[in-house]
Design a protein around this ligand. Structure first.
Ligand code: GLY
Ligand code: MN
Length: 463
């Protein structure tokens, strides 16, 4: 945990953004895997972590806006808990660690909230994403489960987003720690990517690195010779020389700050010319995007600029044709990159996606596109100093998508389908860095950038 003042300050800042009422911040509970006592690794809710910092199940925090008081409702460990899980500080002691003086048993929250409802106080809560918390909110507030999302507080969502979008220095340090763990995960994978190894052997090894320096990875590892499937979690293929191996993996520190990096490498340690050509285009797109980042630029313009670099490169190889600016504006390049350039990152790998991407990544000035590809851009808004985001252009050859577009004669004036079909078994390449927006630009987080130039990657693989 950070020091108690950090949490007191954050709650006070949030209070100032909300006109009146009480704010409920539900913590997470244990989540059973295959029977109640065999749970998934516990993951605290990120809003609870941000405002209260306590990494334990079964808690609810309340921020009373009108009376300037905060509460934690949770049960002390009883002797059964202690026998099986060991002693814990009391809830009072834990709460004092985040500057909260008022605590009570969990069941007391029902009376507390009922009183607030009976006195017509506004109850603010965020859209729940776990079913047990949906049931809890339904019982506390008497709102049907299917209406909870629409009845959640936009005022609270926007208040939280405005705080969490700007990373504090102590948060940046944690994210850098996560990036350094990510560096070790990716460079280890590069050294392991040899013919005969099964994907899961590398996935297991790098998951172990995340666990040994922090906790479980920030999302299920994507590690595949079929990188054309964007979120491929199948790890059963045996690597063969000539394959491209795409690894999208990030760590979490023990305080749950995330990293998220993607590298793509040639099994056996040497890119073919065909692979190198596409790789370099994706790398140019990545480098161009990061060179444009600074406060005041919208990420939507940077996404489009990075897409133009990609499409221009593909034109040079004969895969695209025509006016590239126009092709990108109309979305023709999305055959090769059907996703956005990046997203916010922090306590969540897709930061605050539970609150709604539209509030995190967009604002009144920048609205999402409805064009296939660009519509999947999670972050479009004007950049501000203190944003932490990912830069992850890619180029994929998805046979099923190629066939559909080809049959529809889609964008025939921009896409050379005969040439594209020569790449049907190419796979996919994505190159992803994590960056902090600074006063005048942006910098890649972590002590060292994970090897990314062709020669650097080959060198690391052959160490
Ligand atoms: N790294 C996974 C994603 O950004 O969706
Ligand atoms: Mn990402």
């Amino acid at each position: 945990m950070f020091s108690s003042e950090v949490y007191v300050n954050r709650r006070n800042k949030l209070r100032k953004k909300i006109k009146s009422g009480i704010i409920l911040i539900t913590g997470n509970n244990e989540s059973p895997m295959n029977y109640p006592d065999n749970g998934y690794h516990f993951r605290q809710d990120s809003n609870f972590l941000y405002f209260f910092g306590i990494d334990l199940a079964g808690m609810i925090g309340i921020i009373d806006v009108d009376n300037n008081i905060d509460y934690i409702f949770a049960n002390d460990y009883d002797i059964d808990d202690i026998i099986w899980m060991g002693p814990q500080p009391s809830i009072k002691e834990l709460a004092s660690g985040c500057g909260v003086k008022n605590t009570a048993a969990f069941k007391e929250v029902f009376d507390f909230v009922k009183k607030a409802i009976n006195t017509d106080r506004k109850i603010h809560f965020t859209p729940p994403y776990r079913h047990d918390n949906m049931i809890l909110l339904n019982e506390l507030l008497d709102i049907p489960i299917k209406s909870l999302k629409e009845k959640s507080s936009l005022e609270l969502i926007l208040g939280i987003v405005s705080l969490r979008n700007i990373k504090e220095d102590i948060e940046i340090k944690e994210i850098e720690r996560a990036c350094n763990i990510g560096y070790l995960m990716h460079t280890t994978a590069m050294k392991m990517a040899k013919q005969g190894i099964v994907e899961r052997e590398i996935a297991g090894a790098i998951e172990g690195i995340s666990l040994s320096f922090g906790t479980v990875p920030s999302f299920p590892i994507i590690l595949t010779v079929n990188g054309q499937t964007l979120h491929n979690h199948y790890h059963g293929n045996t690597l063969k020389n000539g394959n491209l191996l795409l690894i999208d993996a990030g760590a979490q520190t023990s305080m749950y700050y995330a990293s998220d990096n993607t590298r793509t490498m040639p099994v056996g340690g040497k890119f073919s010319n065909k692979q190198k050509e596409i790789y370099q285009i994706v790398l140019d797109s990545n480098n161009h995007a990061s060179s444009l980042m600074k406060p005041g630029k919208t990420y939507k313009e940077i996404h489009l600029a990075a897409s133009e670099v990609l499409a221009n490169g593909l034109k040079q190889l004969g895969l695209m044709k025509g006016d590239i600016k126009e092709a990108v504006a109309l979305g023709a390049h999305a055959l090769f990159m059907p996703h956005g350039l990046g997203h916010m990152m922090g306590l969540d790998v897709h930061d605050m996606e539970d609150l709604g991407q539209i509030y995190v990544g967009y604002d009144d000035e920048t609205r999402p596109s409805d064009i296939f590809g660009t519509a999947f851009l999670r972050l479009g808004r004007k950049l501000e100093k203190g944003f932490v985001l990912t830069n992850e252009p890619g180029c994929y050859f998805i046979p099923e998508l190629i066939d559909i577009w080809h049959k529809e004669k889609k964008f025939e004036n921009f896409i050379n389908y005969t040439k594209v079909n020569e790449y049907r078994d190419f796979g996919g390449i994505r190159l992803e860095d994590d960056l902090l927006i600074t006063e005048n630009g942006a910098r890649i987080l972590g002590d060292k950038r994970i090897p990314i130039d062709v020669e650097e990657v080959e060198q690391t693989m052959n160490m």
